[in-house]
Design a protein around this ligand. Sequence first.
Ligand SMILES: [Zn+2]
Length: 721
Amino acid sequence: MKITKNSASALIIAGMLLAGCSKSATPTTSSKADSKAAAPESEVAKINAPNQGENSNRNLTKSEIPVDNFEYIADQFADIRILRYQVPGFEQLAPQEKELLYYLYEAALAGRDIIYDQNYKHNLRIRRTLDALAENYKGDRNSEDFKKFMTYTKRVWFSNGIHHHYSTLKIQPEFSQTYFAELVKNSPDAKLPLNQGETKDAFVKWISPIMFDPKIAPKRVNQAAGQDLVATSANNFYEGVTQKEVEAFYAKKENKNDPRPVSYGLNSKLVKEKGVIKEKVWKIGGMYDPAISKIVGWLEKAQNVATDPAQKESLAKLIQYYKTGDLKTWDDYNIAWVNDVTSPIDVVNGFIEVYGDPLGMRASYESVVSFKDMEATKRIKAIGDQAQWFEDNSPLMPEHKKKDVKGITAKVITVVVEAGDAAPSTPIGINLPNANWIRKEHGSKSVNLGNIVHAYNQAGAKGSALSEFAWNPEEIERSKKYSSLAGDLHTDMHEVIGHASGQINAGVGTPKQTLKSYASSIEEGRADLVALYYVMDPKLIEIGVMPSLEVGKAEYDGYIRNGMMTQLSRLALGEDVEEAHMRNRQMIAKWAYEMGKKDNVIEKKTRDGKTYFVINDYNKLHNIFGQQLKELQRITSEGDYKKAEYLIETYGVKVDPELHKEVLARYAKLNIPPYSGFIQPKLTPVMQGGKMVDVKIDYPKDFTQQMLEFGKNYNYLPNVN
Ligand SMILES: [Zn+2]
């Protein structure tokens, strides 16, 4: 599963950091649908396997975040901001490590075309058209129309296709069809993806409705209950089959009693040809062969220079899988990958996440290439090493404490490149593999994309949302100084000691069985509260991960601001809070406000018609968080559905419409786009006598240029696959 954040605003980021495991390839506003298909894995794993944890993010800075001089913000258009990230430590790697990273980097990018085609069967031809026009149009490039054309083009690049990366709704061009025809007319034939003998006029006539008609392919992933999700989704995972037929096809294959089932349907398109339903497998010699062959070519080079035996073995299995398409080999590969814990360099490459398929079977191509951030990983370890102390000293009722608690191991990675579904929009954390039985028997890797989170924080620190919603300069200063570390510590603890803490009473079922639809919110709330409780504990100073309790205060400020107000910016007026993490954050904040009311612990203030929530007593709030933790643990341990329902429904769901309106208005003025993505670093090998002696890293600044470059250099698939 992946953990993403959806906003570039500092405050929202703080909220997401706090929430930790906020995965989201699906809109937060459709969490009902989420629970059906797109997101089951993460929620299930979270609750059934509390020891697996998920994660979130942290960054490289230690005690402060001085805003550095790197230009993090590169571009802004529509609802998107384009950022850049650095790769600290790359230069210090050994030449052979850099060479390995370079091959993995090329392997990652070689699959770029696949994600376009997976997202929609006409995406590649559309992208090639847009690339050609953006590069070659000879007319006025300063007109309003051309600007609108470029905005549309960048949106398509950002989403790897013509559907919004997050809502999955079709992106409507803001220029006319006539203008589009004009652009095509004034661009050279040879640059356009015309079919043999096809005229420009015929081409425009064919492609225009696909791009402009809102009724054609309106949504990439449709999750609306009661509809045929396969037929109504525009993705390219199925053709000529109904949802019923798909379900029947796999019901026949699946053996419910198999304790180690393969991931059926993971790496193929399901089609009906001449009345016969069959899988077109993505492998060498199968669908996407031209791109997969390139990927494998680079992976073979990588395998040759890999020095760690475990890594060599895992790469060999991945290559074998791409060659055969065999799902059993895919499982073997994942086991080898999980077992490779020693190599400093790591790679995710394959058909991984299933959020793009409404049935949650078929996976999108993605790759994340990285190396371990030793410094940041130490911090997690320092906390994990004290897991028993934290458990023993927690406010839980004695019978709910674990006698033998094991912290979850996690690591922080420094990303070198991301591709496919992981770019330009990126996860901030990854927890793989996805197969539950492998997670149970062999464990999983929980990684945090440290330098990506750092870039988000830096971009956010330059934003103005903090000053808009914080009460006074002291709070702003403290946040600038400490919120980054605070967020890191929160997510470290949420993940490493939070989910791992506590035990369920004998004879009581799992939270999923007892707390049902409230299980996720209660579980996330519980993990958040472990973090909130300890972030104000001197123990963290003692073990050397925090300089002072000011960090804890910054965390409290941010959590309350977010839970009471700023996260509302993600909802449209009139909507309730539905997404599990948002619910738990609002529940904790509002409940704490209520609990502290008689002592004025959190005060609602108004200034110039604007609302603020100000913490008057951090120690008392610490206490309140402790009581809340004790209660949520009791609910979990006893399976107290009634109380879970009461807390979530009372504090977590409803939104004050007046306050919501105010928050939206204040955000609108800030002009901070809700989504961000990244320009990738560029690696260039330095050759000497036919041997790679070094690899240079650059940080391109121009999103358009990178997209056009990628379009040319990794242009491996035909228009129709
Ligand atoms: Zn969590």
